[in-house]
Design a protein around this ligand. Structure first.
Ligand code: NAP
Length: 282
């Protein structure tokens, strides 16, 4: 299969390029320099040249706090960029995988969010991602909108990398304990995407590693894995004011992922252990 990946130099983009290449796809990996998704004629030109059957959009404006100051940039990339890809895919008869986020929800629900639950983003990043989802769904029937959460993986800025750095710099650390979600390894997500696109079961999906934790729980697991002596103290979101509000509950219900690809992703603790082992070898 001929696949074009947008945002190929990003954390998820790298894992997606590696996974689809490993499975024998002919992959055109587009970094921001190769294809700025906010420029429709550039996007059209790339698809004309590469003639992909499938486009995977891993490109995004991902600075959650930065988006509060740079709203135009967030909407440009996450909204208009996604719309441009959907338009070009329609013109070239290509399927589109569009990656979205748990931050389209407000986090006020008790249990995990299903794909059928109403969205209500509480920050600019979430609003921009929701516009991207809607543009894709309006323009292109043959789409997979995949919401994920708390990504970590090689070659990117992630909570895991931030913690590993802070463990080296500090002996004591306060970490937020009242937001919960599912840490997700880019390698596991990429594998699920590769399974999903063979099904032709278009629509919206929630794909994360299994299990839930808080940022505090996640930090403790990272510290335990690397045997760091750092002291980690739980704190509340209110004690750590940030420019963007975050949902307290980011849990995503994977239904109907199991029914569609026949499996769920491994638990996040298992994913973290594999990542840290791989990270140490690179
Ligand atoms: N990271 C998370 O925790 C998380 C959680 C939930 C959902 N997601 C979603 O998962 C997807 C992948 O995220 P990630 O963590 O891999 O992000 P990332 O590492 O920030 O990668 C995003 C990539 O998109 C590129 N990009 C930005 N603007 C572009 C443009 N106009 N045209 C083309 N490329 C552009 C960036 O290039 P530059 O570096 O040059 O700007 C970067 O390489 C995104 O859709 C994100 O919203 C992420």
């Amino acid at each position: 299969m001929k696949v074009l990946v947008a945002g190929a130099a990003g954390m998820l983009g790298r894992a997606v390029v590696a996974e689809f290449s490993r499975r024998g796809c002919q992959v055109t990996a587009c970094t921001r320099n190769d294809m700025d998704i906010t420029a429709i004629e550039t996007v059209r030109g790339k698809l004309t040249a590469a003639r992909p059957e499938l486009v995977i959009n891993c490109a995004a404006y991902t600075k959650v706090d930065g988006a509060e100051e740079e709203a135009y940039q967030a909407f440009l990339v996450n909204g208009l960029g996604a719309k441009n890809l959907a338009l070009a895919c329609r013109e070239h008869n290509a399927d589109l995988v569009h990656i979205s986020t748990d931050y389209v929800f407000d986090g006020s629900k008790e249990g995990p969010y299903g794909i059928y639950d109403g969205t209500n983003p509480i920050n600019t990043y979430g609003r921009s991602k929701l516009w991207g989802e809607r543009a894709v769904a309006e323009i292109l029937p043959r789409h997979y909108i995949v919401r994920t959460s708390w990504l970590f993986g090689l070659g990117g800025r992630s909570f895991v990398e931030t913690m590993l750095r802070l463990f080296r710099e500090r002996s004591k650390l306060e970490v937020v304990d009242d937001q919960r979600g599912a840490p997700t390894y880019t390698v596991d997500l990429a594998g699920a995407l590769a399974d999903l696109v063979t099904t032709r079961c278009y629509g919206t999906y929630h794909i994360t590693n299994q299990g839930l934790t808080s940022w505090y729980g996640f930090a403790r697991a990272i510290a335990a894995s690397v045997r760091s002596p750092v002291e980690i103290i739980p704190c509340s979101t209110a004690q750590f004011p940030r420019p963007a509000r975050r949902p307290a509950n980011s849990a995503l219900d994977p239904f109907p992922l199991l029914e569609t690809i026949g499996r769920l992703l491994p638990f996040w603790e298992d994913a973290l252990a594999r990542y840290l082992t791989k990270n140490r070898c690179e």
